[in-house]
Design a protein around this ligand. Structure first.
Ligand SMILES: *Cc1c(COP(=O)(O)O)cnc(C)c1O
Length: 427
């Protein structure tokens, strides 16, 4: 009888789960390290790194200075602004650099709320599955007297366009709905949302932090009024992002100081980061078609492999999802344990449980899909990049399958489920 079978029922000894070589005091193993958490952040692209280094060495002046070192920096800044505008179909005058996606979301929402309130419009529409950068900004505005309608989503994470239309009122100042969800990858019908908002003359902002660089965006053609992006989600550096604001839409400044960003965002520009963002976005957009095809094939390989695990379900839409996003729930499994054991096996992933925010509540996104608490706790998000390979996907499927089996073997909940004392939620 093998050790594996001997332990059946009680689960294999913990040591049966192989660990990543880096964690075994330098002992060589045959386990690879696979980074599959690109929705959290990405590895910097070599072109971006190179552009940043060059910028720091050659364009070190302050773009506001009148001397030639300053003017050289101003030129570099202008070129980056033009490149970023072009990548999303905007005019360079419509791009405002920020410290990232969070700041862009805050500014878009707060600014529109401010100008709306001046006209007596204190109603905002959003969705139940927004990123906290949007949700927490809205919650604060609610405390300040604004009313927010959070549109529910269906089981795949889509808002209902008819519900959106019905929710728009005379006093609606803003509709803010994310382009693509960071947890489940669902891509909203942005063109239709924008068309409805334009018809009803309501400003439409979209948090496109997960979508930028991964799906084709043309803000003018799509009639988007405001859009947030963040460099570190598309292989650019951290701490830099941009807000696109359509010409004619007013924007107020949240940070007072110098006249940078046409007076809408004070503070000396983070030029190396801005240049890195432009280089990363340009590269992402120019290789989008082939990159997307590769990601979709790797993603679907993962989805197919993980679907074979009993009592597992895919979260989000099968097709209308980000090319690199996979999100599953496994019945009877707790997300954190799954992540830690996967990490020990060389797989870096993420879970919907918001342990990072210091709370044990499952993700608001998974709950909004209608998943029960105990199921939402067992979620796994794998977000892949172009650097990943099919061999790695095979390793991930194998590792997840083994870890899920192991965790179920040692789980009292699973025993109850198997004995029929509790009902499976995921069939
Ligand atoms: C990461 C992320 C943000 C926040 O961007 P930062 O640049 O990290 O501040 C906002 N919205 C979504 C959807 C994100 O994925």
């Amino acid at each position: 009888m093998s050790k594996e079978t001997e332990n059946r029922g009680r689960g294999p000894a913990f040591s049966a789960i192989p660990v990543h070589p880096e964690k075994t005091s330098g002992k060589e193993g045959d386990i690879m390290y696979i980074y599959a958490d690109n929705a959290a952040t990405t590895k910097i692209a070599p072109v971006a790194l190179e552009a940043m280094n060059r910028c720091m060495e050659e364009a070190y002046g302050n773009p506001s200075s009148l001397h030639s070192a300053g003017q050289k920096a101003a030129e570099v800044l202008q070129k980056a602004r033009e490149d970023i505008a072009k990548a999303i179909g905007a005019d360079f005058r419509e791009i405002y650099f920020t410290s990232g996606g969070t700041e862009a979301d805050n500014q878009a929402i707060r600014s529109t709320a401010f100008f709306g309130a001046k006209k007596g419009k204190k109603h905002i529409i959003s969705s139940a599955i927004e990123h906290h950068a949007v949700l927490h900004t809205l919650q604060k505005l609610e405390k300040e007297g604004f009313e927010v309608t959070y549109l529910p989503v269906d089981k795949n994470g889509f808002i209902d366009l008819k519900e959106l239309e019905a929710a728009i009122r005379e006093d609606t100042a803003l509709v803010t709905i994310m382009y693509a969800n960071n947890e489940i990858g669902t891509i909203q019908p942005v063109d239709e949302i924008a068309r409805i908002c334009r018809e009803k003359k309501v400003i439409f902002h979209t948090d496109a932090v997960q979508a930028t660089g991964y799906v084709p965006i043309d803000v003018h053609k799509q009639q988007i009024d405001m859009l947030s992006m963040s460099a570190h989600k598309f292989h650019g550096p951290r701490g830099v992002g941009a807000l696109y604001v359509r010409k004619g839409v007013p924007l107020f400044s949240m940070i007072e100081g110098g006249a940078q960003e046409r007076g809408r965002r004070a503070g000396t520009e983070n030029l190396p980061a801005i240049v890195g963002m432009a280089a990363a976005l340009k590269a992402a957009v120019s290789s989008m078609e082939e990159a997307s095809a590769k990601l979709v094939s790797l993603r679907d390989q993962l989805i197919e492999g993980l679907s074979k695990i009993p009592h597992a379900c895919l979260n989000g839409d099968e097709k209308k999802r980000l090319p690199g996003n996979v999100n599953f729930c496994f019945e009877g499994i707790e997300g954190e344990s799954l992540l830690l054991l996967l990490d020990a096996r060389g797989v870096a992933a993420s879970s919907g449980s918001a342990c990072t925010s210091g709370s044990l509540d499952p993700s608001h996104v998974l709950l909004a899909l209608g998943l029960p608490h105990e199921v939402a706790h067992g979620s796994l998000r794998l977000s892949i990049s172009e650097e990943n390979t099919s061999e790695e996907m095979e390793h991930i499927v194998k590792s997840v399958t083994e870890v899920v089996t192991y965790l179920r073997d040692i789980s009292p909940v699973w025993e109850q489920l198997e004995k029929g004392e509790k009902d499976y939620v995921i069939q």
